[in-house]
Design a protein around this ligand. Sequence first.
Ligand code: ATP
Ligand code: MG
Length: 414
Amino acid sequence: MPALQPVRGTQDLLPLQMRRHRAVSETARVVALRYGFEEMATPIFEFTEVFQKPIGETSDIVSKEMYSFADRGGEHVTLRPENTAGVVRAVLSNGLTQAAPLKFFYSGPMFRYERPQKGRFRQFHQIGVELIGVAQPQADVEVIAAGARILDELGILGRTELELNTLGDTETRRLYREHLVAYYAGFRDKLSEDSLRRLETNPLRILDSKDPGDIAINIEAPEFHRHLNPLSTAFFDAVKRGLDALGIAYRLNPRLVRGLDYYTHTAFEFVTRDLGAQGTVMGGGRYDGLVGLMGGPEMAGVGWAAGIERLAMLIEEPAVAERPVAIIPVGEAAEPVALRLAEDLRRAGLVVDQSYSGNLGKRMKRANKVAARFAVLLGEDELARGVASLRDLDSGAQEEVPLAGLTDRLVQTR
Ligand code: ATP
Ligand code: MG
């Protein structure tokens, strides 16, 4: 029988990998808190309509990447492909719009039916922040700064570059769209099939195409920043000034359009060269139209999401939290004493590895395998004298310590 395999595009997070993931999400959570983003979570599945309209029928996500199904009660639900729509849905469901500004941090699994490759999975994980209800460019700056700080604390800011663009306001986008359509109309015979479809539905997305032919056509495409209205220009200038003031370096990338339809003004990505084709580790922007689109009041918003798998590949291997103490009973009579001692040490906050069977040699091997810092050897004659042998597994030094004082002694050596 062939071994059971996980579903294509999903993967197990064994402890080593999990440690990397945890380091990313925990660092992000702690840093985000410093910026005032509080952690929240939404369900990993929602009614399909929560994603459909906000993300856009013509987006790759809605048109071909969603895990949607009818549940046993006939409800049409979708495993979340991203979390911004879910967070906004939660804001509306919980009547939080009056409490703005709202600042949230989240972390968790997302699902997209994509072709799996390095750094691209069908179940992947994101961290993200959302700042809802602030229309000022300071919000964009704060959100980007929080992202940069997280990357810095993960030790990888220097391996990334911040790319920045503006998508302007709605008026600017409408006018620009007209220019684009006119330009691409001259390349109908050369555009990829996908982009031909986008030309009808969402021409801005052609700029985002990964098709080599489209990329060549895009080189001469009208540049968005030439069509910005004064309001949009002023907004973008303020964002850039803020980043300059914080010493956050960026590169203007006029071709940066985000995959999702509800973005306005600021769009940004932190990209790296160290992950091959899947180089975007964090992406975000302003989504002033989203809350209104989802049935709420007109309300500004800005945020980002970052792929934990991609970040986890970039960081140094995180240190193991704490090396354990190995408790090694020798002989039947020592077993219950070992059990109690292990429990005492754990209550005192120490990490304890208990060996379950085998002779002294086998148990010592296990202690080494788990990289124990100390071994506590409990022999019957030692127990009779109320002591245990404490062995320092780094130096090899061994001494007898009264059982009663063992916990304190080990706590002190931490
Ligand atoms: P890409 O261009 O790589 O497809 P995207 O624009 O679809 O990215 P977003 O929707 O902005 O990505 O999601 C934010 C981040 O989540 C990405 O920058 C990336 O780090 C991560 N991400 C997105 N899709 C996947 C995936 N299928 N597997 C792993 N990580 C992903
Ligand atoms: Mg994608």
